[in-house]
Write a protein that binds this ligand. Structure first.
Ligand SMILES: Cc1ncc(COP(=O)(O)O)c(C=O)c1O
Length: 401
């Protein structure tokens, strides 16, 4: 018998891929067994990409824009991003030396971590949070220091708490507002305090603003770019996936200091050479075209958010904060879990099999997600009512039993 041994490096074995895809697979498996599953686990818009954006890509294809582009993206797209940033943040970014287009915001996160972090550096990041931050930082050799988000701290980050976590090795703080998975946003006071702290300690702030326009109740978004006296220390990560419903196009971008840009571009070059050529034309149409489709989606998310809150309020034993941004509610179900003696992951899998509803277990977003589930409202109001109704039934049976 020939036994083959494959030696996979520990940095790859230890990489944590997004567990959201595992739940989706389980749900699909249950569906193949004939179970009707309501999908409230998915982290992507259920809307289609607006027509004018698709047409711009089709026109680019017709013009045979099917070749490599410069690594950081075509000039016109970087100019469009620069115009957009000037309009939104009143900050001047030079398209040549500050902006790079990436293959999704996920690549931006990875490339930034690889470019900026050294073995032994410390990175403070939100936990629960988007899993790529800690995966990429660890891959780059850094030590990751979780900032715990809970219902009790309103899923927000405070400068006072952060200041206790900073050591001489701290190099970076990661922010994500509006937040995945918590649906929270940072207040102007929070952002201002964090910027002051980061500047005092000469830290980078990586600000992931991919959900930026998805805000409810007339609330405003605040970015470190609004307050930074030194924008060279702020790295903005953004993308087209969420606001323009363009997940499959794989387009994001990042802004960095001109001192960092050549190194970041080198990393991007090694990874992918360039972003998809014709998708970049679609992104220009997204930024320069009508924004009404975005507002329409946001209005719809807000209606759904209201339904999520209304339905969750009918269930005893849950704790949650009303989401103010993104399209997620993060719900503390620890009372129910301790009653059944299950982890959030086990409970989520039970809910798929026994009740026909899929959520994301909190631990898919970090260790401090234990005790929570993420409910995505990238689904219709009818399905949201049906799915949360199924959760209610499960909770009532658990609490009775
Ligand atoms: C907070 C956050 N950042 C970044 C991303 C990556 O998005 P993409 O790579 O599709 O641009 C996601 C996707 O779920 C996200 O939730």
């Amino acid at each position: 018998m020939v036994v083959e041994s494959f030696s996979i490096p520990s940095r790859i074995v230890d990489l944590q891929a997004e567990a959201a895809f595992i739940v989706l697979e389980k749900a699909k498996l249950a569906e193949r067994k004939g179970i009707d599953v309501v999908h409230l686990e998915i982290g992507e818009p259920d809307f289609d990409t607006p027509q004018h954006i698709k047409e711009a890509a089709i026109e680019a294809l017709k013009r045979n824009e099917t070749h490599y582009t410069p690594t950081p993206g075509i000039q016109e797209l970087r100019e469009a991003i620069s115009e957009y940033l000037r309009e939104v943040y009143s900050v001047d970014f030079d398209w040549r030396s500050n902006i790079a287009v990436t293959v999704g915001a996920k690549q931006a996160v990875f490339a930034v971590m690889l470019t900026l972090l050294e073995e032994g550096d410390e990175v403070i990041y939100p936990n629960p949070g988007y899993p790529a931050y800690s995966s990429a930082a660890k891959y780059a050799g850094a030590r990751v220091v979780p900032y715990r988000l809970t219902v009790d701290n309103g899923f927000s980050m405070k400068a006072e708490v952060l200041s206790e976590m900073i050591t001489p090795k701290t190099k970076m703080i990661v922010l994500n507002s509006p937040n995945n998975p918590c649906g929270s946003i940072l207040s102007s006071q929070d952002v201002r305090g964090i910027v002051e702290l980061a500047e005092d300690h000469k830290l980078y702030i990586v600000s992931d603003e991919i959900y930026r326009p998805i805000l409810f109740d007339g609330l405003q978004h605040y970015s470190p770019l609004n307050y930074a006296s030194d924008i060279d220390r702020v790295v903005l990560v953004d993308g087209f996936s969420k606001r323009y419903a363009m997940t499959g196009w794989r387009l994001g971008y990042v802004t960095v200091s001109k001192h960092i840009h050549p190194y970041l571009v080198k990393v991007l070059n090694i990874m992918t050479s360039c972003p998809v050529s014709f998708a970049q034309r679609a992104a220009i149409a997204a930024l320069r075209g009508p924004q009404e489709p975005v507002y329409e989606m946001v209005r719809e998310y807000e209606k759904r958010r209201n339904v999520v809150v209304e339905e969750l309020s009918k269930i005893d034993g849950l704790r949650f904060v009303k989401p103010t941004g993104a399209f997620y509610a993060f719900v503390d179900i620890s009372r129910i879990l301790s009653r059944v003696g299950r982890s959030s992951e086990e409970f989520v899998l039970d809910l798929i099999e026994k009740y026909g509803v899929a959520f994301l277990h909190g631990t898919a977003m970090g260790s401090y997600g234990e005790g929570y589930i993420r409910i995505s409202f990238a689904n219709s109001i009818d399905n949201i009512r049906k799915g949360i109704g199924r959760l209610k039934q499960a909770v009532e049976e658990v609490m009775k039993g």
